[in-house]
Ligand binder design. Structure first.
Ligand SMILES: C[S@@+](CC[C@H](N)C(=O)[O-])C[C@H]1O[C@@H](n2cnc3c(N)ncnc32)[C@H](O)[C@@H]1O
Length: 222
């Protein structure tokens, strides 16, 4: 078996996946992460799933070429609906929006089973996903920062504990990233996005007040 080379984003996700019996790669697309997890033995078995048949056949080809197809099960379907409750001990959802990630997790209450690991790379709106995780009893164990195509992404490692937190806006914006390599660049990206968001809030004085307060806090700290 020859594991495919991963980009930095997917390598960070793979590095966070704890060794397990079964990992699921939801929205697997090209299937490189699935093949990597199978080839390296990080998971004994991998379920590679996608909503669309085209990506799934590309994933099959990737796994055939890597020589790991017998360890990978390809499944067509929406989000985590392709999994039986508790079937995977590690679930990776990478490259879809925060909202889609939240919808997938909400539709699969079994992800709250003890020890189920979630490795998440939202393509957009990481602060929305952090807030949802904390307000719904998930613990963020770690975040890694990676830069791809001039954008910074947060790679999140989360697990359900049942402890609900009401995070501040600053915590949602930056998460656990500030001790990581790339922290200053990520912070600058998030502040710049917040400023852009603020410009659209003239009709919403309460949201504008919150955004201004957050900007003052971040610029005061920065
Ligand atoms: C941008 S690609 C990301 C591929 C890979 N995970 C990565 O991060 O490089 C997003 C993939 O998610 C799939 N997808 C989108 N919504 C989905 C859903 N509700 N359930 C399963 N797959 C979905 C798309 O078909 C696409 O192949």
């Amino acid at each position: 078996m020859i594991a495919p080379k991963l980009d930095q984003r997917l390598q960070a996700a793979a590095d966070l996946v704890r060794p397990c019996d079964t990992a699921a790669d939801i929205g697997c697309d090209h299937g490189k992460l699935s093949a990597y997890l199978a080839c390296t033995g990080r998971a004994r078995r991998v379920i590679a799933a996608d909503l669309r048949p085209g990506p799934l056949s590309t994933a099959r080809k990737t796994c055939e070429e890597a020589g790991c197809l017998e360890k990978v099960e390809l499944r067509l379907g929406d989000g985590l609906s392709v999994l039986a409750p508790g079937e995977a001990q590690a679930v990776v959802i990478a490259g879809v929006s925060a909202q889609t990630t939240i919808e997938m997790l909400t539709a699969a209450p079994w992800v709250r089973n003890e020890g189920t690991q979630l490795v998440l790379i939202p393509a957009t709106k990481a602060p929305v996903l952090r807030r949802w995780l904390w307000e719904n009893g998930f613990l963020l164990n770690a975040e890694r920062l990676v830069c791809a195509a001039h954008r910074w992404y947060a790679v999140m490692d989360a697990v359900y504990t049942g402890t609900v937190r009401q995070p501040t806006d600053a915590e949602c914006l930056l998460g656990l990233t500030q001790e990581q390599p790339g922290a200053a660049e990520y912070r600058a990206q998030q502040v710049s996005r917040l400023k852009k968001f603020r410009r659209g809030l003239d009709q919403d004085p309460e949201a504008a007040r919150r955004a201004d307060a957050l900007l003052r806090q971040l610029e005061g700290e920065g």
